[in-house]
Design a protein. Structure first.
Length: 237
């Protein structure tokens, strides 16, 4: 919400003198989250950390990185977003693929049979939060249409259907280290922003093709939410 307001030209002012503050540690993790001897509290904390991770992943998929907005002397700077796609070859397993696909707008794969497997993974991400909030699977099946959910078919494409992309990174997943993920893949939005030239480049195991460098952040100002069924509407008096 904050990033969309900034993109729409709204001037944001932030105060550190609030009389009331929302402490997420207590409200989401439970009042005894810090008590290492409380087994039940520690189990809840672990669930909350998993739920937080899934929400962080969804945020990064939408904005390319995690940020509340960059602050300058003049106020918050409008966020930037570049459409960075990838060709990922030699995928050893689903978890390793999920570790890197988060940072790309679109991913091309050699074997499209992975696409429904990724969808199965997406479909299970809600279960942790539902457990924390005591939402039954029956209720989730009834109301989940109200949420914008992830579609692997929208994000992952067969390499046979490769299209021209703004920016395309090609690499062999078996050749990628944790440092490559933390120091390059997760920093791609910043790296592209600081790269003035277009053309083809190579960095370690990565082949990079910058066809055009276009900031597409303003395309994210408006989102389309599902239409709520009439029987699920209610009025607050």
């Amino acid at each position: 919400m904050l990033l969309r307001l900034i993109l729409n030209g709204v001037s944001i002012k932030q105060t550190w003198s609030a009389l009331v503050y929302h402490f997420t540690c207590t409200s989401s993790r439970g009042p005894a989250w810090f008590d290492k001897t409380n087994t039940e509290a520690q189990q809840r904390l672990q669930l909350q950390q998993l739920a937080d991770r899934y929400e962080l992943i969804r945020f990064i998929k939408n904005w390319g990185k995690f940020s509340h907005g960059d602050l300058s002397n003049e106020g918050y700077l409008p966020p930037k977003f570049y459409k960075i796609s990838a060709i990922i070859k030699n995928i050893p397993n689903i978890p390793e693929f999920l570790n890197v696909e988060t940072f790309f707008d679109k991913v091309y794969v050699e074997d499209p049979s992975i696409i429904p497997l990724i969808q199965n993974s997406y479909n299970n991400e809600h279960k942790i939060a539902n457990q924390l909030l005591n939402i039954s699977e029956e209720d989730w099946e009834k109301y989940n249409y109200m949420y914008n959910q992830q579609s692997s078919q929208d994000r992952i494409k067969s390499l046979n259907n490769l299209q021209e992309e703004d920016i395309l990174i090609e690499f062999d997943l078996t050749q990628i280290s944790n440092n490559d993920i933390s120091e390059f893949i997760s920093q791609l939005q910043l790296i592209i922003d600081q790269t003035e030239d277009t053309g083809k480049f190579q960095y370690g195991p990565f082949n990079i093709n910058i066809t055009r460098k276009v900031d597409r952040a303003k395309e994210k100002i408006t989102i389309t939410n599902p239409i709520v069924k009439k029987e699920h509407l209610y009025t607050i008096y």
